[in-house]
Design a protein. Sequence first.
Length: 116
Amino acid sequence: MLRSQKAQAISASLIALPTIALTPLAAFASKSNFSVQNSHRRASIVKLFVSSAARGTWDNDILGAEILRPSESSTVRFGDRSNDHCLYDFKAEFSDGFVSERFRVDVCNNSGITFY
């Protein structure tokens, strides 16, 4: 089954933001092309928060006015491209009120995460 990909790339200036639920380890995983996939059947992701796992609080919503519809994916670009800070927390808020949080996601060794 083909899934549409969101053309936009989400830029996140996250200096030390790690981790969340993730997709399987990819051979060419890179912090510079970390994918977020919305696999929810009906609800869109209306807010997406990404913060360093070490931070303890959420940074601002990186989607802004955009949304991530069901079956869409987008790329999170981290301001800090070094592999010194790899663990980030992710929080997705859906249009139906559901909230999903993923903690300590290794964005250096995984290609992305999928929210259901």
